[in-house]
Each structure stands twice: as C-alpha cells, then as structure tokens.
Design a protein around this ligand. Structure first.
Ligand SMILES: Nc1ncnc2c1ncn2[C@@H]1O[C@H](COP(=O)(O)OP(=O)(O)OP(=O)(O)O)[C@@H](O)[C@H]1O
Ligand SMILES: [Mg+2]
Length: 1031
C-alpha cells in the first residue's frame, strides 16, 4: 500500500506513532531509504521510507463514504477516514461492497426509522450514504433479480454491534418482504420477536458488552417467488454453557435468571425465588443490575415475545420453572459424608434440593442420588460409587449446564417449528451474527472454538474475495497480475485436519481415561513442533500458541478436555427423562438402546466443527455480503475513537486486505449471457444483429465508455465501480423508458377519466338545463300573463284617455260654439232691441216702447237697467249716451269674442297636437302589441320544443335532432366520437325572433315602457286636467 517512490522532501505523509498508531507529518529530508519527518505536533523523527505513507491533503473534510474513493489507499488513510466520519456520527462507510459499521454507543434513531427504510428501498448501492439497509437491499434485489440466495455475514469483536446490526438487517428484510398488517401474526413478526427471546436466554453482560450474545446465530429467512417472507430457520452455534454455573466479576449470568427474579410477586412466590444475591449461580459476581435496563419490564417483554413466537402459556410456565430449578440446584451444597461420599450440607441445601425436585417434578431422593453417586457398568457387575463433595458439585454443575443448554436448544427448536419452514422456497437470505476473533489474557476452549469459527469465515472470505477470484482470472485467461494475500488454509489444517489436527487430538485425549490436559498439550508440542502456525511458549507446560490470521493467541489447555466432553451423565438422563413434567421429560428424551449401549463419546469440538462445515456449505451456496462491525473503544463510550484498537480490528477483519486486493483485481465478473441479459438494453441494436456474445458485450462496454475491463473466455471482468457505471446508465435508460410508458398509461388513464367526467358532467348539465328550462318556462309563462295584464290595463288606460280627450275637446268645441251662438243671438237681440228703442224714440207709441222695454228686461238686465233709466228719463241725449255706452259695451263684447275665438283657435291647435300624440301612442301600443304577440308566439314555440325534448325517451336523446346552440363553432371542432355534439348543446329558439334574441329584460322593459307611457299619460292626463281647468 505504500508508495515510497512518491515520497520526497516536502511530501505530506503518515508516519507510525506509538500512541495514535498513525500521525501526520512532513518529510524534511530524505537520505537513501531513510526519511527525516516532522510530525504534526512538531516532533522530529527518522524512519524508513517503507514505513511512511503519502497523505492526501485534498481529501474532503467529512471523509469519503467509500474507502475505494480515497486517492491514497493505505492503512492510515483508511483509519483517519473512519475517524473523521465517526466524529460527525457517520458510522457507516463502504469499502467496495463491504460495509464497515462503527458502533456509535449512542442511540441514532434517526438513522433507522421507517422513512429511511423507504428511502433505501430499491436504490443502487452507493447512491445514498452508506447504510446497513443498503446492504440488505442489495442482497434482497440480487435474490429477486438473479434468483440466487444471498447471505450477509456480520462480524466483529464482542460489543462491536453485530447483534444490533443483525436486528436492523432483519427489520429491513421484514420491511421489504413483509406481509400486510391485516394478515395477523406474520412470519416476519415472529422472526423479529425471536430476538428478544433468544437474547433473554442466550445473552449476558460481559466486560466487553452489556448484552453480549453467548452463542452464534445464523438466521435463514426464506422468501416465496413474490419476494415475501415465507419461512425462517434459526441455527445457533456453541452456547457458552460454563456461564450457567460460573461467572466472573463484574459479569452476569444469562439475563433470564435476573428477569425471573424480577418477575411479578406471585411468580416469585410460586418458584420460591427472591433476591438474586441469594443464589450461588448469580452471586459469584457483584453485578446484578444493568444501567438503563429494567429486568421487571424485560421479563414482561420477554413473555410477550414468547407469545408472538408461538410459545404457549403452559410452555412458558415450564420454561421459567426450569430456570428457577437451575437457580435452586446451584444452591445445593455438599459436605463430606462417610468415607469418600458426600451429603447435603445443611437444611438450606435440603430445601433447595426439595425445591429443585419439585420444580423439575422428579423424585428428590433420586435427585440426591444422581448428584452424589455414580454407577459404573462393567461386563461383570454394576458398581455404585459415591462422589466426594467436589465430585458432587461438579455433577450438580454439569446437570445445571445440561439442563440449561437443552432448554436453549428447545427454545430455538420451538421458534423454528412455530415460525415454520417453507419447503417450496427457492431463495433465502441468511444473516450470520457470530462472535468475532477473541484474544484475552486467558484463552480457553471457548476462545479456541470462536477463533476456529473466525478462521473458517476468513477462509470463506478469502475464497470469495481472493482465491476464487484469482482462480477465475486464470481459468478465464485474462491479463492480470497476481495479488498476494494471506491464506489461512494452513491454520485451518492445523485446527481441523482429520486425523492429526488439534480437534482430532483433543477428541483422542478425551477418549483415553488417563489423559490429562498436560498429556494432551505434550502431544500437541510433539505433533506440531515444526508447524509455522503453532508455537510452544518458552517454559510452558499446558499452554500453546496459534498464529491466527488475525494475530497470535496463547491458549491455556487446562479445561480443554472437560469442556470438550459432551455427554450427559446417565443418572441425570434417567432422572429427568422420568420427570412428571412432560416439558422436562421432553428435554431429556430417552436414548436409543444402541446409543446407550455403545456409550459413544461425543465431542463438542467435533460437533462444532461439523456445524461450521454445514454453515460453510450454506454460505458457499449463497452470494455473500459482508458487514464488518468495529468497536471504537473498549470503554463502551460514545464519541471515543481509539486508533490502535480500531486498526487492530480492521486488520483482523481482513478489511484492509480486501481493499488492497479488490482495487488491484476485477471484483465484478459476469458471464457473457448474464452480462447481456442485464445490459443489452444499453445497446438495443445488438439484439437485432446476430452478434457473437463477446463482441456484443464489448460493444455495450464501448458504447458506455467503460475502459480497463477484461474479456475472459466466458465472462466479462470489470474493475471496481464499473458495474455501478453500467447500472447507472441502465437505470437512466430504464428511467426514460419508464417515463414513456408512464406517459402513455397516464394519458390513457387521463383520457378515460376525462371521458368519464365529461359523461358525468353532461348528465349533470342535462339535469340542470332541464331544471333551468322548466324554471325559465314557468317564468316566461308568468311574464306572458303579466304582459297580457299590462296590455289590458294599458289599452284600457289609452282608450280612457282618448275618450277623455275627445270628450273634453267636444265640450270645448260645444262651449265655444254655444258661446258664439249665444253671443250672436244676444248681439242680434241687443241690436234689435236697440233698434226698437231707437225706433220707439223716434216714431213709436209708448205702448210699443213699453213692449220693447219689457222684451229687453227679459233678455238682459242691462236693458232692464236702460229701461229703468228710460222710465225715469226721456231725454234723447241720455238715450244717445246709453246707445253710445251700449256701443262701447258691444265693442268690448266683440273684442272679448275675438279673444275667445283666438283662444278657441289655440285650443283647437293644442287639441290637434294631442290628437297627433295620441295617434303616435296608439301606434306604439300597436307595436308593443305586435312584439308581445311575437314573444308569446316564440314562447309557445319554445314551450312546444321543450315539451318535445322532455317527452322524448332518454335513450333516444342522442339520436334525436340536436338542438343547436347559437355558438355553433363549439360543436364543429369536437372530434371525439363518443362525445357527440348533442353532449354540449343548449336548446335555443329556431328563428331570429327568438327569445334569446330578445334581451333577457325585454319583457320587463315592455312593462316598464308601458308604465312609463302610463305615467306619461297620467302627466298628460294632468295636462288634460289643467286644460279642463283652463276651460
Ligand atoms: N447501530 C447502533 N446504534 C446504537 N447503538 C449500538 C449500535 N450498534 C451497537 N450499539 C450498542 O453497542 C452495544 C453492543 O452491541 P451488540 O450487542 O450488537 O454487540 P455484538 O457485536 O453483538 O457483541 P457480542 O459479540 O458480545 O454479542 C449494544 O448493546 C448497543 O448499546
Ligand atoms: Mg451479539
């Protein structure tokens, strides 16, 4: 990874540091292979060029989300990239397609909510920021698209976050392949709820993790052909049995013991439990409670989870009864009895023995015998042997461990049966949460098995990532250069080779009664003295060191033999299989005669080896995806990043090696057919011609512009990231095609919706228009009636006025004429009288004069006056004066008659004017009458049309003659066949003198006009009145 040739004076570099592992610096001087470096904190050091690495000054402040994007891919760059990201709570980083997850040791719930799951669904790896969901999504998509099972291998040291990561993976897979909530208790719910149950019985607080899984777990989630979860199987590996009866401070026993001690009072009393401090199996450590954990609450949660996974109430009661029995069993103490025998130490022990027997529903005496005695069957006889107190204690602990491990296996089995397997499932996704590499001060058989597991997994990793890869290059005859990697096959041979491996030698030792751990260790020294992976520590007698791929581990073989023996003491077996409790008896099914007779030795190491082999076989049949969990510090604190610690984990997890090899090789390869199936869409033209597969693949790659790939004999080999480039192109093309499809389907759906809406709107319109037409008709009918009434009144008014005018004119004329006649008559009479008077004065007798006077008196008071004067006067002058006066009077009368004549003429003129006006009004009335008639005619016509429309049957409506709208253009450009013109037409009058041509307020206007005329007539009537007055 180092590139010394790139380093010169002034180069920014990484240099080793005892505290920080790596620190930044600048090269001040280079002398041969040595460089003088000034570190960031000002120290000067001299180091060899091969031990310093170039540093990229332009790397982003927030780090890069994929290590392969680092400009200088070296150990310090990887380490500092992780540290930089961890600081800003970016806990996930890719390393190619391996995900590195650094434990945040704090809740980052925003990273895992449902919206985030939704975001990662179906998204290409690398498109969004690195996430555990992205890895699960890749596995799921690969399974759906390629029909191949996938596995996700989560590894890391204790407390690194494997179990939490596994839970996230399972949650996301349940989200992708889950069923509708309405479907009741679903498989995925059961799978998820199996976690709290298994954690209660298989997890414990250790110094490295407060919730450490003390077993390995491989969850196989089966999917049906629709990609929905159809079944699941949980396989567990190597439960740490010794913890049941032996714990070190400040660790705890399995959680379930503490949960039961915090159960509701009723249950505590039923099982005669109490403070955890009173039980030997719990009080070996001073730690009883966990910070932030409420055991009482967790007890109820576990019971609830048990309900979900399908453990019945009765079974739950039996399970916790057995857990209580183990606690009581641990409190049975033994004292020395007669000779080498042992007996119950005190009353308390007797009580606990009684309670254990009661809870396990077996005979207390038989239990005591099974704990304190052994039966040896020899061909000759059956020998009973008493155990000393130590032997009885070992026997007691053995029984406790066996019961507990059987209980755990029962739980796993029950969960599997309850969830159910899908025999038709073609694909599965396996999630492996297994202990990481361990190296402590004292490493026993458990560490040996754990490290063996990790060697196996590393080999699988190597095989997948490196070995098979390079073998493939060779087979496919591509141009490549060999990439060195550390192969751990030799360590595996050392551990598991048959015969001759450590496990085989251990089994052998266990089968020889006289073997001890010392003889076993000596045998190891002898056998592997020249093995480069086996080291005998100086002065050691029972220790041996194995050089694992992740580092050297020194094992203490003291308990290897005991821990490897996997057999149930026949007395224990007989005791419990005869239990009155079917559950307890079920944990110890009677052995087949053959097994019982043969007494064949069963070793935990060999069984574990077999289990691992099976696991490897499953993993090999799947496409693996790797998640490497990193524990940033050993204090389990958030925001603390210990460089050396992390670096060690990166090395042992094979991450650095993987990066190196990946970047040098061709991590992605696909057969030509697979490649074409996947990417032919990038160059559809190749599907038309009859091209050779290889040529077609090249064509696609060149079209996209990918370079640096290799063509094998049957496969295309792509460099890291090239697949992503191709996928991105494909996604683009598919996206565009999808848009076209969407466009069409949307337009189709839109049109369908439009047509439907239009049809509905026509229905609504029809109904509305019908209603409006009916309203209009009613209004028009009322208006017509009103118009008739108005006309009637108006005509009457006009006629009356005409009559009044004519009458008044006649009266005027009559008056004038009569006046004139009277005046003429009067004038004549006056003249005659005057003439008579004159005549009488001159030559007529008084008699005649008297007659004349009398006549005059009759005719006029003036004449009377004259005659009266006449009577008194006889003077002719007076008469003459009177004549003169009469003349003057006549003249005045004449003048007045002239004036009256003149006024009469004026009145006649006015009358003529009024007559003309009357004629005009009459004319207007006729016009109005005419309009009204037309209006009535049009209304009746419309009414008849409306009647036709309304009376015609609805199914014939479309075939009937459309009633055209005034706006004819609207219908003409409607090309939709299903939407005929009639769909949008509005009924309208036929001729130009239609109602629509009349302004809407026409009738009102007529009425108004009429009333105006009436008002006018009133005025004229008033005028007439005045005229009358005048006369
Ligand atoms: N993604 C995470 N977010 C928040 N906290 C986490 C996360 N991962 C792990 N932790 C914390 O780290 C603790 C240890 O994690 P976990 O139990 O998963 O470790 P492990 O690798 O399974 O260890 P072991 O091998 O002992 O079982 C958890 O109890 C939790 O508090
Ligand atoms: Mg765990």
């Amino acid at each position: 990874m180092g590139m010394p040739q790139d380093i010169d004076v002034g180069s920014h570099i990484w240099v080793g540091d005892p505290e920080l592992a790596w620190t930044d610096g600048i090269v001040m001087n280079v002398k041969g292979t040595e460089a003088e470096v000034q570190t960031g904190d000002g120290k000067m050091l001299i180091t060899t060029l091969s031990k310093i690495y170039p540093r990229d000054l332009e790397s982003p402040d927030e780090g890069v989300d994929d290590m392969t994007k680092l400009s200088y891919l070296n150990e310090p760059a990887v380490l500092y990239n992780l540290a930089t990201r961890y600081k800003i709570n970016e806990i996930y980083t890719y390393c190619g397609n391996i995900l590195i997850a650094v434990n945040p040791f704090q809740s980052l719930s925003h990273l895992y909510d449902d919206s985030i799951m939704q975001r990662y669904k179906g998204v290409q790896l690398g498109e969004l920021s690195p996430h555990v969901f992205a890895i699960a999504d890749v596995a799921y998509r690969a399974m759906i698209n390629e029909g191949k099972s996938n596995s996700i291998l989560v590894s890391g040291e204790s407390g690194a976050g494997k179990t939490e990561t596994t839970k996230m993976l399972m949650r996301y897979l349940a989200f992708l392949g889950g069923h509708a909530a309405a479907e009741g208790r679903t498989v995925e719910q059961q799978v998820l709820e199996s976690n709290p149950v298994l954690e209660a019985f298989g997890n414990a607080k250790t110094v490295r993790n407060n919730n450490s899984s003390r077993f390995g777990k491989f969850v196989e989630i089966q999917f049906d052909r629709h990609g929905r979860i159809s079944g699941a199987a949980i396989r567990t590996y190597l439960l740490e049995r010794s913890r049941v009866c032996q714990i070190s401070d400040p660790e705890r026993n399995y959680h379930c013991f503490y949960l039961l001690c915090a159960a509701p009072l009723e249950e505590i009393q039923r099982y005669k439990l109490g403070d955890p401090k009173s039980f030997h199996y719990l009080n070996q450590s001073s730690c009883y409670e966990l910070v932030g954990v409420n055991d009482a609450h967790d007890y109820l949660a576990t019971r609830k989870a048990m309900d979900v996974v399908g453990i019945s109430e009765k079974e739950q009661e039996a399970i916790f009864r057995v857990v209580a029995a183990i606690l009581h069993l641990g409190n049975i103490a033994f004292a020395k009895g007669e000779e080498d025998s042992s007996m119950l130490q005190d009353d308390e022990s007797k009580f606990h023995l009684q309670m254990t027997a009661e809870l396990l529903m077996c005979d207390p005496q038989a239990l005591e015998v099974a704990l304190c005695e052994r039966v040896m069957i020899t061909p000759e006889e059956i020998i009973k042997r008493s155990l000393d107190p130590h032997g009885a204690t070992v026997s007691r602990d053995g029984l406790a461990k066996t019961i507990y491990s059987r209980l755990f296996d029962w739980l796993v089995n029950k969960i599997n049966v309850s969830i159910g397997q899908d025999p038709h499932s073609q694909c599965l996704i396996g999630v492996l949460d297994i202990y990481g590499f361990e190296s402590f001060e004292t490493n026993s058989f458990e560490q040996f098995c754990i490290n063996f597991t990790n060697e196996k997994l590393q080999q699988h990793f190597n095989q997948h990532v490196f070995k098979m890869e390079q073998a493939e290059y060779k087979n496919e005859e591509i141009d490549w250069s060999y990439v060195e990697f550390v192969d751990n096959q030799d360590v595996l041979d050392l551990l598991e080779k048959k015969p001759g491996g450590i496990i085989s030698l251990l089994d052998e030792a266990c089968m020889f009664p006289k073997s001890t751990h010392e003889t076993f260790t000596q045998k190891l020294y002898q056998t592997f003295k020249d093995h480069k992976r086996f080291v005998k520590p100086k002065l050691a007698r029972t220790e041996f060191t194995i050089v694992h791929y992740a580092g050297e581990v020194q094992y203490q073989s003291d308990q290897f033999l005991d821990k490897n023996k996997d057999y149930v003491v026949p007395e224990h077996q007989d005791l419990l299989s005869a239990s009155q409790c079917p559950f307890v008896a079920g944990l110890f099914p009677p052995l087949s005669e053959e097994t019982a007779k043969s007494g064949k030795f069963s070793s935990i190491g060999s069984r574990f080896k077999l289990q691992l082999q099976q696991l490897m076989d499953i993993l090999k049949s799947t496409e693996p995806n790797y998640i490497r969990c990193i524990k940033p510090n050993s204090e389990l604190k958030s925001a603390v990043f210990e460089n050396a610690n992390v670096l060690q984990q990166l090395r042992s997890g094979g991450v650095l090696e993987a990066i190196r090899v990946k970047c040098k090789g061709y991590p992605t390869h696909r057969t030509f057919i697979e490649f074409l199936n996947r990417f032919a869409i990038l160059a559809p033209e190749i599907l038309e011609g009859n091209y050779d597969e290889q040529v077609a693949c090249k064509w696609i790659l060149e079209k996209v512009g990918v370079t640096g790939y290799q063509m094998g004999k049957t496969k295309v080999f792509l460099k890291a990231g090239q697949m992503a480039v191709l996928d991105a192109h494909k996604a683009k093309i598919l996206g565009e095609s999808a848009k076209v499809v969407q466009k069409h389907i949307r337009s189709h759906l839109g049109r369908k919706r439009y047509v439907c809406m239009r049809r509905s709107s026509i229905h609504i319109q029809t109904a509305w228009r019908g209603k409006l037409a009916r309203q209009l008709y009613t209004t028009m009918k009322k208006e017509a009636a009103a118009a008739t009434e108005i006309q009637k009144t108006f005509r009457r008014q006009v006629a009356r006025r005409k009559y009044i005018e004519t009458k008044s004119s006649a009266i005027v004329l009559q008056t004038g004429l009569r006046t004139m006649v009277a005046r003429n008559e009067f004038r004549y009479m006056a003249k005659t009288k005057s003439a008579v008077i004159i005549q009488e004065k001159t030559d007529v007798c008084p008699f005649k004069e008297h007659e004349v006077v009398q006549k005059e008196n009759e005719l006029c008071p003036i004449i009377e006056e004259i005659s009266s004067h006449d009577e008194g006067a006889s003077d002719i002058d007076i008469l003459r004066a009177k004549v003169e006066k009469l003349k003057a009077l006549l003249l005045a009368e004449k003048k007045r008659a002239d004036e009256l004549e003149k006024k009469h003429a004026e009145a006649q003129e006015l009358s003529e004017k009024r007559r003309k006006k009357l004629e005009e009004t009459e004319k207007r009335v006729y016009q109005l009458q005419d309009s009204l008639n037309k209006l009535l005619f049009s209304m009746s016509d419309q009414f008849s049309q409306l009647k036709t429309i309304l009376s015609s049957p609805s199914n014939k409506r479309s075939t009937s003659q459309p009633i055209t709208r005034n706006d004819s253009s609207d219908s003409s450009d409607n090309s939709d066949a299903s939407s005929s013109d009639s769909d949008f037409t509005f009924p309208s009058p036929v001729d130009s003198a239609n109602i629509s041509s009349l302004p809407p307020d026409a009738v009102q206007r007529i009425v108004k006009d009429a009333s105006a005329t009436e008002t006018g007539s009133e005025d004229s009537e008033k005028e007439g009145g005045a005229f009358d007055d005048y006369f």
